[in-house]
Design a protein around this ligand. Structure first.
Ligand code: HEM
Ligand SMILES: *[C@@H]1O[C@H](CO)[C@@H](O)[C@H](O)[C@H]1NC(C)=O
Length: 333
């Protein structure tokens, strides 16, 4: 009796397991070169546009890289980040957590180039992810093969951004927990924050470390530069005052970031904590010495991020324009 029940239980749990396996396989729905039949030139057009745009506007590469975090980390890679505000709903772009995000019009430029070749086929969510992939290469980072086949969402998630995106001064425990929720482990987090090896941080996010007194954890050699760039305790919101994240190699995605933060030159508190927290410090040290290790972990983590909960199959839509959800056909006609 007992062994028979056990046998049935085994069969039952086996079929349950395979159902789960099949399910997760189906819900992914992404594939390498997903558009190879429907728009064979899609990935080449994106790559070519990224090259052209990067030549003219270098800092747009920072934006492509930051986009993948801000879109994919908040529930789903569905280009919800790119939607404009409507009369009723605030866009993610305009929410506080997106402070400093820019260059969205160049995503639109890429979309237009792709639409000229294959109208209505390639999603904005894929353009966002693939432009990040090619932008990483433009910045001297690794080439990371990424899948496509994501579809576009129809609604902004501005109201829940703060449940996902950490703030510049949040604790490392919170940061690690948020990333582990989508399957990114500690070395993955350390590698992803290496994105702060490029671009810049506006003074509003830094003045609390300078005024009323200078944070003693900051490297005293770095302070005069920061004070010069951020001379006011309350920065004028209209003046564009910022400090470059990595003075040494500001345009290169490289492991200089890790040497900076070990040297107490990390600008944001999260950067600084990465180099001091017991859990992250060993990986910081290893990445500071070994660019290959940084790139390997960075590639793995970007891949996981880019596959976070995409809309596939009948879900979502292919937006015509990346800043607007499609008009629904009116039910009357
Ligand atoms: C704990 C996680 C993170 C926090 C709290 C954070 C926060 C910030 C903040 C406050 C800025 C400065 C914005 C400004 O002043 O203009 C910034 C810039 C940036 N972040 Fe992050 N970030 C995080 C993770 C990431 C990740 C995972 C990536 C990409 C994989 C990323 C990519 C960037 C880039 C490229 C910039 C520079 C943007 C530019 O110069 O236009 N960040 N981040
Ligand atoms: C983090 O900084 C913001 C200002 O950007 C401030 O309002 C908030 O109180 C700070 N949080 C912590 C935990 O220090």
């Amino acid at each position: 009796m007992g062994s028979r029940a056990l046998f049935f239980l085994a069969i039952l749990s086996f079929s349950a397991l395979s159902a789960i396996a099949e399910d997760s396989h189906e819900t992914s729905g992404l594939a390498m070169n997903y558009y190879k039949d429907s728009c064979p030139q899609a990935e080449d057009i994106i790559k070519e546009q990224v090259k052209l745009l990067y030549k003219r506007h270098k800092n747009t590469a920072f934006s492509w890289l930051r986009n993948i975090f801000h879109d994919c980390f908040v529930e789903s890679c569905d280009a919800s980040l790119l939607l404009d505000s409507t009369r009723r709903v605030l866009s993610e772009k305009e929410a506080d957590r997106s402070f400093g995000m820019r260059n969205f019009r160049y995503i639109e430029t890429i979309k237009e180039a792709v639409e000229r070749e294959c109208p209505g086929v390639v999603s904005c969510a894929d353009i966002l992810v693939l432009s990040a992939r090619d932008g990483i290469v433009a910045l001297g980072g690794p080439y990371i093969p990424l899948k496509s086949g994501r579809r576009d969402g129809r609604k902004s998630r501005a109201n829940i951004l703060e449940q996902y995106l950490p703030d510049h001064n949040d604790s490392m425990s919170l940061v690690l927990e948020r990333f582990s929720n989508i399957g990114i482990n500690t070395p993955g987090v350390v590698a992803l924050l290496g994105a702060h090896s490029v671009g810049s941080t506006h003074c509003v996010k830094l003045v609390h470390r300078l005024y009323p007194e200078v944070d003693p954890q900051l490297n005293p050699d770095h302070v005069p530069h920061m004070l010069k760039k951020c001379p006011d305790p309350i920065p004028d919101p209209k003046a564009v005052q910022y400090v470059r994240n990595d003075r040494g190699t500001p345009m290169k995605l490289d492991n200089n970031y890790y040497r900076n933060i070990l040297d107490n030159k990390g600008l944001m508190l999260v950067d600084h904590q990465l180099a001091t927290d017991k859990r992250t410090k060993p990986h910081v040290k290893k990445m500071a010495k070994n660019q290959d290790y940084f790139f390997k972990e960075f590639s793995r983590a970007i891949t996981i991020l880019s596959e976070n909960n995409p809309l596939t199959g009948p879900k979502g839509e292919i937006r015509k324009q990346c800043n607007l959800a499609n008009k629904l056909p009116s039910l009357a006609s």
